[in-house]
Design a binder for this molecule. Structure first.
Ligand SMILES: Cc1cc2nc3c(=O)[nH]c(=O)nc-3n(C[C@H](O)[C@H](O)[C@H](O)COP(=O)(O)O)c2cc1C
Length: 205
């Protein structure tokens, strides 16, 4: 099967398959703070680490209610955010934090999570998260507009600090992801949990 983007329905696919094809995607669970001091938390799976040195991450936010999502507005105002990692145990809380709530309500409260003060940025991190990345905003890019004139915003940040639960670090000084089992997003309503890992050396290693 092949079809030009956008014509999936004419080709027998009820849903756009893009997110089921680019899968699994890590979930950037983005915490931020508004200029009025309200803590915000929301998952973004158009998310990834995009470079190692300097360490950079990016996520994109779709338009919302004629404007843009609270995470983007907060990051524009404060210039920082935190990426929290979603363990299998936090899957329900992550899902709860995706509900659209008014900007003056904190998803930390609705999802029953604890905001903890970060060291290098103003945004809080999720105390229950296994790992988190404190990030300073580098740039927000406006992605191309759709036919209706709306557009997504790509938020790119530099990772300036890394927090890890010490219990996840092995004697060899590595992070053992099987100790927290990160959640990943697939297409539709599907998720995956990483609970098995194997090594593969490169040909010239
Ligand atoms: C697993 C998951 C991944 C999501 N990924 C994205 C995404 O990449 N971009 C986006 O705009 N919304 C995404 N959403 C929806 C947002 O989390 C949701 O719109 C949220 O209310 C935004 O909150 P905010 O306005 O506080 O930023 C995702 C939701 C879930 C459950």
């Amino acid at each position: 099967m092949f079809f030009p983007t956008g014509s999936h329905k004419e080709n027998g696919l009820d849903f756009n398959p893009l997110k089921a094809i680019v899968a699994p995607r890590p979930i950037g669970w983005i915490s931020s703070i508004s200029k009025d001091g309200i803590h915000n938390l929301a998952p973004y799976s158009f998310f990834n680490a995009v470079s190692d040195t300097p360490a950079m991450v990016a996520f994109s936010a779709s338009p919302s209610g004629g404007g843009h999502k609270d995470s983007v507005k907060n990051i524009e105002d404060t210039g920082d955010f935190v990426v929290n990692i979603v363990s299998a145990a936090l899957l329900d809380a992550m899902n709860m934090s995706s509900a659209g709530v008014a900007a003056d309500i904190s998803e930390f409260d609705t999802a029953n999570l604890t905001p903890a003060p970060s060291q290098l940025v103003s945004s809080p991190y999720v105390a229950e998260a296994p790992c988190y990345l404190e990030c300073k905003l580098w740039k927000i890019l406006d992605l191309p507009s759709a036919a209706d004139g709306t557009y997504n915003k790509l938020v790119i940040g530099e990772v300036v600090g890394i927090g890890i639960d010490d219990a996840l670090i092995t004697d060899a000084g590595k992070i053992d992801v099987t100790r927290f089992k990160p959640a990943a997003r697939l297409g539709y309503k599907d998720y995956a949990i990483i609970d098995k890992v194997f090594e593969l050396s490169r040909p010239d290693d």
